[in-house]
Design a protein around this ligand. Structure first.
Ligand code: PA5
Length: 465
């Protein structure tokens, strides 16, 4: 029996943070509305219109896992470096899974200890960053024989990924000649987009981004599963965890449904002026998940209009922080600055490893540390920070992962994805589009001279001079 993630929101209640918190009666009062939303979301899920919720269950799951495993098993033995090209939802999930489930020193470990190739994710077009990454791959593999490039773009049109792809494809073609297509795997829409057309023309191996799954909801599709499987992450455990959480998130009773409760608390607190939502893991491994959360929360909930077309300009601002590190950077602001934040802690019930603090030089002021562990210290610091926030009447909550494994990470991912869907309902907005991101993409095409997009260049020049 796998252990379940725990959500503790007591520190958001008035009994802890006084008039800055939520009344228990307000939670009771929201129960019927939340049950109705749950029913609506369950129906959308069952009808397949919230496709991300079908990813951890068959038939979609079986189809993806079989395709991902088949390709990964074929390519892993010959791959020393896996280079992922992608941005936003096509990269953040991979970075988060790798950070959570593989050691921080993964790329520095000997191959037999890693259990997969070194992983590099190019999620920007900063020439210095791209150049340094490519230099490192070519230092280790000058002829690129052991290098596999995975280009990920749902739309197949994203300019950053397209530019990286052209650059990397040219390097592969130069080093490997006619053999270079065997070193490229593309993950893209099954029918549409330039990337799909290129794959067909060049004969790349492909995996598909399923229809109806947006980039930021795609980590549990081949987008995140293929790089994870290549690096030896247990993708079945990941999906089992997501499935278990999805089942909890179908419960009509809000106190049994962590997504309904979390979404309601955060949106209600945002309505009461606390619209800065900090996610603060007390584990370095979980920090990249806070980055993944930022995209999910920001792109899904930051909207100009509601579903009726009324201008609302809504959306909480997601912020990431790391405990205990940011106690020494952000906590002064969180405790004494504007009372406009909700702090969400993420911690581990059991540490994957711990280090005992030994005796040291004679010093009374250090004696209390001896015999404790770094894990004890980290846990005490989190508890002390909760206390400091409660004392300052700052609402906060904790999500506790029983342990650091793929099952728990899968639960965490599904929790936030379903919470986002609930939050969209509570705000009455479309949580699944990103019209403002599209505006910037079109303007970039215009500025870079793409045919057919001249009017966007003209519009930019007219506005900005
Ligand atoms: O979540 C989103 O939709 C976006 O952030 C996309 O993931 C990002 O723009 C990359 O798009 P694509 O996968 O189409 O290249």
């Amino acid at each position: 029996m796998k252990q379940l993630l725990r959500l503790d929101y007591t520190n958001c209640l008035q009994e802890r943070v006084g008039d800055q918190g939520i009344e228990r009666s307000a939670i009771d009062g929201a129960a019927a509305h939340l049950a109705e939303i749950t029913e609506r979301l369950n129906a959308a899920r069952d009808a397949g219109s919230h496709r991300f919720r079908s990813l951890p269950v068959d038939p979609l799951r079986g189809e993806h896992v079989a395709a991902v495993r088949h390709l990964a098993e074929k390519l892993r033995p010959q791959t020393r470096n896996l280079l992922v090209l992608g941005i936003g939802g096509s990269a953040l999930g991979t970075i988060a899974l790798q950070g959570a489930l593989k050691p921080a020193t993964y790329n520095l470990m000997p191959p037999e200890a890693r259990g997969g190739p070194r992983l590099f994710v190019l999620d920007n077009v900063d020439p210095n960053f791209v150049g340094q990454t490519l230099d490192e791959i070519r230092r280790e593999d000058p002829r690129l024989e052991g290098t596999l490039v995975t280009v990920i773009s749902k739309s197949g049109e994203t300019v950053e990924t397209a530019a990286q792809f052209l650059l990397v494809r040219a390097l592969l073609a130069e080093a490997l000649g006619d053999d270079h297509p065997r070193h490229i795997v593309a993950i893209t829409d099954s029918h549409r987009g330039t990337m799909r057309a290129i794959c067909e023309a060049e004969g790349y191996a492909t995996l598909r981004v399923p229809d109806g799954v947006g980039g930021r909801f795609s980590v549990l599709s081949p987008v995140g599963l293929f790089p994870a499987c290549m690096c030896g992450i247990d993708i079945d455990a990941l999906l089992d965890g997501a499935k278990a959480m999805d089942e909890r998130c179908q419960e009509p009773a809000a106190d049994q449904n962590p997504a309904a409760m979390l979404a309601w608390l955060l949106i209600e607190l945002a309505r009461r002026g606390k619209d800065q939502h900090v996610l603060m893991p007390y584990a370095n491994a979980l920090y990249p998940l806070a980055d993944w959360f930022r995209q999910l929360w920001a792109e899904s909930l930051g909207k100009r209009v509601d579903r009726k077309g009324k201008e609302v300009h809504c959306g909480p601002t997601p912020i990431k922080a790391l405990g205990a590190t940011d106690q020494h950077s952000q906590m002064q602001l969180y405790c004494e600055g504007p009372n406009n934040k909700v702090i969400g802690f993420v911690d581990l019930q059991t540490q994957p490893r711990d280090l005992k603090i030994p005796a040291g030089p004679e010093a009374d002021a250090l004696a209390y540390l001896q015999g404790s562990t770094l894990g004890d210290l980290l846990a005490a610091e989190k508890r002390a920070t909760e206390y400091a926030l409660v004392e300052s009447k700052r609402p906060n909550f904790s999500i506790t992962l029983p342990q650091l494994d793929a099952h728990c990470v899968g639960q965490f991912i599904q929790l936030w994805e379903v919470t986002t869907a609930f939050a969209g309902e509570l705000l009455d907005i479309n949580a699944f589009d990103q019209p403002a991101v599209e505006t910037g993409k079109l303007a970039t095409f215009g500025l870079m001279g793409r045919e057919g997009y001249e009017k966007y260049r003209a519009m930019v020049e007219q506005k900005l001079g």
